[in-house]
Each structure stands twice: as structure tokens, then as C-alpha cells.
Ligand binder design. Structure first.
Ligand SMILES: [Cu+2]
Length: 251
């Protein structure tokens, strides 16, 4: 006979070991559950740097993160995002909300604006996901703020002004509740993500075609790079009326 030593272990001892192993597994599972209850799975932070096709950092790119189905996550609640009219500009130039969120216009200029929605995208081929217009009084007057405009469907809106034809701004109703807009150095940070497989998708107001999503395995913290499939134009400089001071000098 050439049996392994394990074959000589008496049956009651094997049963005891199996019971012990089951108990250990149960304790471990309970500990995991307790840890999950104490610290939600949504703990990962993603840092993304977005470049244009020319390799230069791309500002105003919306980075959206979609976790794989089934990943536990605390979904951020939709919010109301204020969009200011300041120095003939929409600030922020690109505003993002999740479906169910809202935007509100706040005039910070000492003159009226008349905000309207326009078709966007290449050659105006993309209809605004919602249409509206608001005449806003000069800052500090009654009527310098719009009602909250609730946005329920993903899509984009190009903003313009009846009174000042050069004014342009963008609203994106994101396809995911996790998003951020890149700064002038192309950087964006998104917190509260579940760890695991995620898809990153980009949107930029100048894009001609959809950006292909990119799949990543997300740990507690990850830095990555993403690239647009085109080179964005530079954002138009503010037009300033010298009679009322430098940009950003009023509140
Ligand atoms: Cu205007």
C-alpha cells in the first residue's frame, strides 16, 4: 500500500476539521459583512488627465464613469447647478448634471441677458435635450435669477443669448451620476466610486463624433490618462465692457 498520510486520519477528526473550517468561514463572512456595513464599497477615487488628439491637455472635457453592473455603490443624489452670466460668458462654460438634476441661471452682469437653447454638435445637428428661454434682469434686480430647470434625460444643450450673439455655454445631462469636468490642465477627479471594473466615457462640446469608452479596473485610488479623438478649439476669451471693471470683480 502506498497511501498518503491523510488517508490515515480518523473519520471523526476529519469531521471536526470540516466543522472548524465551516465555522472559520462563517466568522470571516460575518467580518466581511460588518466591514461592508461600516465602510461602503464606494471608496475609490479616480484621477484622469485628458488630452486632445494633439497631445495637449484638454479643458472642458466631461469625464463620466459607469461602474460595471452589480457593483455596490452609493449613488450621488442629483443636484441643482447654478450657471452664472458673467462678463458675457456662461460660468461654468460646461455645466454637468445627472438625470433628475437641475440648472438655474443667475445673472451677475449689470445688464439683462435673454438665455435660450440652441441646436449643438456638428453643424447644429444635435437638438437640445430640453428647450427653454429666460429673460434675466440685471444683477441685483428682481428677476436676475431663473427658476430651476429640471433635466431628466441624458443629452446636451447649447446655450446662447438673444441679446449677445457671441455668448455660448454648454449643459450636459450625463449618462452616469459619477462625472467631473477637466480643468485648464486637463485634470478631473471623481470620488466615491465603487472598486472594480468601470467604463470611462468622455464628452466635449467640440466633438464631432462620440468618444469610445475605455474600461479600467479601479482600486482604492487610480490615476489614468484619456484622449479625445480630436483636438479641441481654445475656449473663447471673455468679452469685457471696460465701463464696469475687470472680469470677476463683482459678486
Ligand atoms: Cu446676454
Amino acid at each position: 500500500m502506498n497511501r498518503s498520510p491523510a488517508a490515515f486520519v480518523p473519520v471523526p477528526a476529519l469531521a471536526a476539521f470540516a466543522a472548524f473550517a465551516a465555522a472559520v468561514a462563517a466568522v470571516a463572512a460575518a467580518a466581511l459583512l460588518a466591514a461592508a456595513a461600516a465602510a461602503p464599497a464606494s471608496a475609490a477615487t479616480l484621477h484622469v488627465t485628458v488630452h486632445g488628439a494633439d497631445g495637449k491637455p484638454a479643458a472642458d472635457a466631461v469625464v463620466m464613469v459607469q461602474p460595471a453592473p452589480g457593483l455596490a455603490a452609493v449613488v450621488p443624489a442629483p443636484t441643482t447647478v447654478p450657471i452664472e452670466q458673467r462678463d458675457f460668458r456662461f460660468v461654468p462654460y460646461v455645466a454637468v448634471v445627472a438625470p433628475g438634476g437641475a440648472i438655474r441661471f443667475v445673472n451677475k452682469d449689470p445688464f439683462d441677458h435673454h438665455i435660450r437653447t440652441l441646436p449643438g454638435g456638428p453643424l447644429g445637428s444635435v437638438a437640445p435635450v430640453k428647450t427653454f428661454e429666460y429673460r434675466l434682469a440685471a444683477s441685483g434686480r428682481s428677476g436676475d435669477t431663473s427658476e430651476a430647470v429640471k433635466l431628466d434625460l441624458p443629452g446636451s444643450i447649447l446655450l446662447g443669448c438673444h441679446l449677445h450673439g457671441s455668448m455660448r455655454g454648454h449643459v450636459l445631462v450625463a449618462s452616469s451620476p459619477w462625472f467631473a469636468v477637466t480643468d485648464d490642465r486637463g485634470r478631473a477627479r471623481i470620488e466615491g466610486l465603487p472598486e472594480g471594473a468601470v467604463d470611462i466615457k468622455l464628452w466635449h462640446p467640440d466633438q464631432i463624433s462620440e468618444q469610445a469608452p475605455q474600461r479600467l479596473a479601479l482600486g482604492p485610488s487610480l490615476g489614468t490618462e484619456a484622449r479625445l479623438n480630436f483636438t479641441p478649439r481654445r475656449r473663447p476669451a471673455p468679452r469685457v465692457d471696460p465701463s464696469y471693471g475687470p472680469p470677476g470683480s463683482r459678486d
